[in-house]
Design a protein around this ligand. Structure first.
Ligand code: ADP
Ligand code: AMP
Length: 217
């Protein structure tokens, strides 16, 4: 199965992708996580990417395309397919992905579109906290950890991402509407889009996400 979760920042894609990955055993490829790891390790990719990420702008296509196409060549993705979260985000990225898959006689099976208003994304971003150690995602109100400020999974400290500020979020939403939202039409023309109402509570969105990903909706 080759699936993409598409939607604005803080729509809840990562929260659901993690669960769908566990329940359906599909390899999960999260561009933002791969880039944040590179930033943390201070390698060449990370140093270049950080400049864009901290401003809420997109990292240049050629850099992201290289990282993701290499990742999709790995054995797990070749065997089981993949669940993409955060890529493609531009028309160039989408076309390259299609071209690379077509070389192997493959294509994306489904695009699950997270439909949500900007104001809800802004509310979600202000309360988002991530584990500094394992990256697990929480929300101060909607998904609090069992012990304040501590990750349920690894007891790591919860922190706010450098780009989860009101100012950077404005740029991220603008970038989304300009560069990424047009991909919805691109994929609708291919007839592979399934829309979900991402404004519902986490468990409801999960139910829809599983249904729409597996085609049992
Ligand atoms: P994305 O991966 O799309 O950027 P996240 O999965 O990180 O979004 O979710 C953004 C924030 O919203 C997180 O703090 C998360 O805990 C919270 N969240 C996710 N889904 C929901 C939901 N359905 N209802 C309320 N809060 C949610
Ligand atoms: P995310 O975790 O998906 O919110 O992504 C965090 C940041 O990583 C974005 O604001 C971009 O700067 C960068 N990024 C993630 N995915 C991509 C992509 N496909 N293309 C360009 N930049 C990306």
């Amino acid at each position: 199965m080759r699936v993409l979760f598409l939607g604005p920042p803080a729509a809840g894609k990562g929260t659901q992708a993690e669960k769908v990955h566990e329940q359906l055993d599909i390899p999960l490829v999260v561009t933002g996580d791969i880039l944040r790891k590179a930033v943390k390790s201070k390698n060449a990719v990370g140093i270049e990417a950080e400049e864009y990420m901290k401003k809420g702008e997109l990292v240049p296509d050629q850099l992201v395309i290289k990282i993701i196409t290499n990742r999709l060549e790995e054995e797990d993705c070749r065997q089981k397919g993949f669940l993409l979260d955060g890529f493609p985000r531009t028309s160039e990225q989408a076309k390259t992905l299609d071209r690379e898959l077509a070389k192997k006689n493959l294509s994306l099976d489904k695009v699950v579109y997270f439909s949500i208003r900007d104001e809800i994304c802004i509310e979600r971003i202000s309360g988002r906290r991530n584990c500094r150690q394992c990256g697990a995602v929480y929300h101060l109100k909607n998904k609090p950890p069992k012990i304040e400020n501590k990750c349920d999974r690894c007891s790591g400290v919860l922190v706010q991402r450098m780009d989860d500020t009101a100012e950077v979020m404005t740029t991220r939403l603008k970038t989304y509407h300009e560069k990424t939202a047009p991909l919805l039409t691109y994929y609708q023309q291919k007839n592979i889009v399934e829309e979900i109402n991402a404004e519902q509570p986490i468990e409801e969105v999960l139910r829809e996400a599983i249904e729409k990903t597996t085609g049992n909706g």
